[in-house]
Design a protein around this ligand. Structure first.
Ligand SMILES: [Zn+2]
Length: 422
């Protein structure tokens, strides 16, 4: 038994038991059902609206004041006890999902934030600073590019007009769809940096689950880069044109996908590389492709490693195109996670709370992008990872063991309380 200091007696109310949180998660999983037990809530779709409406209703029931900004980020505020103008402590994540979405990616972090507020209320804990539960718009980028759009605009990394002008596959504009679902708010962006930002998220890999650990304290981010590559050749008759006369960009794209996979496997756990999308034109029978547009991304645990991967990809692209008589253009390049640092003091506090609550933790990097990346550029930020079963994610079978997630939720609650000042 560890000795308990007087300060800890004051700051250690009974732990969250999770009943309310699991109920909210079950209710959320009923919204946008798709390929049971999965969900599909693409950003600004009807399902996204229903999920936002449910979340806002739960926040209002908890007595929180709602605010929506110009790109649809939602903030639910619990006032501070000392100075209502003090910068808030924010806690949240996202409510949208991938096309093949699971029940926990994103929504767990938002509802865990709401649960922290319910817990503060239940134990009549007032905080010096306001606490805001936040849901960021369009985190996944599955419908509108780029991913992490709402948090990027909030942090001033993406212009609001650019964000509002993004279009989906059907040519529908972000601004129009946001208006259609009733979440075109009036709060200014970029937003005022919070005092601190916390995001709890499923790990989306299997290291916590495999090692029997209940909490990952994220101390670094993989550097990520992505682009679309347009390969151009020339259309030709599929039967009449001899192989020696082909300039087929679809075959070039196939080789590039293979080369990218080799690059992705070259660094073991430190590297990832993925071709996510291939569009060919004219995409008909009897004729070779004239154009192929490949969307890809790659990531490395270090910025130097990412630079090396870029070199390998460029060499592969040059070599394949030269050999096959193709031209290419790199379009829509993006990157995130470069030089991101998470706040060491917040991490230290989380470790201290974990030790007090007897939660086994490890420091770890994040290889997936999160809204916290953008928040980290403007405010002290911490990501907490909780295990998901077998690391399955962006898949309808994404699952959690509530008993193994609850410890992380309690570390989150204690960390938010400390940052907001009891
Ligand atoms: Zn997510």
């Amino acid at each position: 038994v560890k000795p308990v200091s007087a300060a800890e007696v004051i700051t250690a109310p009974p732990a969250i038991d999770g009943t309310h949180l699991w109920g909210s998660l079950e209710a959320a999983a009923e919204i946008g059902p798709w390929r049971a037990p999965g969900v599909q809530r693409l950003a600004l779709s009807d399902a996204d609206r229903q999920m936002r409406d449910a979340f806002c209703g739960w926040c209002e029931n908890a007595g929180l004041a709602l605010r929506v900004d110009r790109v649809g980020n939602i903030f639910a505020r619990r006032p501070g006890a000392v100075d209502e103008t003090a910068d808030p402590v924010m806690v949240g994540s996202h409510l949208d999902t991938q096309v093949a979405g699971g029940r926990y990616d994103g929504v767990l972090g938002v509802l865990a934030g709401l649960e922290v507020v319910r817990w503060l209320d239940k134990h009549e804990l007032s905080t010096c600073r306001p606490v805001e539960v936040v849901s960021w718009s369009n985190e996944e980028g599955a419908r509108f590019r780029p991913s992490m759009l709402g948090s990027a605009v909030f942090a001033g990394a993406l212009d609001q007009e650019v964000a509002l002008g993004q279009t989906d596959e059907d040519g529908l504009r972000f601004a129009d769809e946001l208006d259609r679902i009733g979440y075109a708010g009036s709060a200014e962006v970029p937003g005022r940096p919070p005092h601190a930002y916390f995001e709890l998220h499923i790990e989306q890999s299997d290291s916590l689950d495999r090692n029997g650990l209940d909490l990952g304290i994220v101390t670094s981010a993989y550097a990520a880069r992505g682009m679309t590559v347009r390969l151009r050749g020339r259309t030709a008759h599929a039967g009449a044109t001899p192989m020696r006369r082909r300039e087929d960009p679809l075959v070039g794209a196939a080789e590039l996908i293979s080369a990218l996979d080799v690059i992705g496997r070259s660094g073991g756990e430190e590297t990832r590389a993925t071709a996510t999308r291939l569009q060919a034109w004219p995409n008909r029978t009897g004729i070779t492709a004239g154009e192929a547009v490949l969307t890809l991304d790659y990531r490395h645990a270090t910025p130097d490693g990412l630079t090396r991967m870029t070199g390998e990809l460029e060499r592969a692209l040059d070599e394949i195109c030269a050999r096959r008589g193709l031209s290419f253009a790199r379009e829509e390049e993006w990157e995130f996670g470069q030089d991101i640092s998470f706040n060491p003091a917040l991490a230290a506090a989380a470790r201290r709370h974990a030790a007090r609550l007897d939660v086994a933790t490890t420091d770890m990097p994040s290889s997936a992008g999160h809204d916290a990346y953008w928040l980290a550029t403007i405010a002290p930020t911490l990501i907490l990872f909780v295990p998901c079963v077998d690391g399955i994610t962006h898949n309808e079978h994404e699952a959690i063991d509530p008993e193994r997630v609850l410890p992380g939720v309690n570390v989150l609650a204690a960390s938010v309380l400390e940052a907001a000042g009891q």
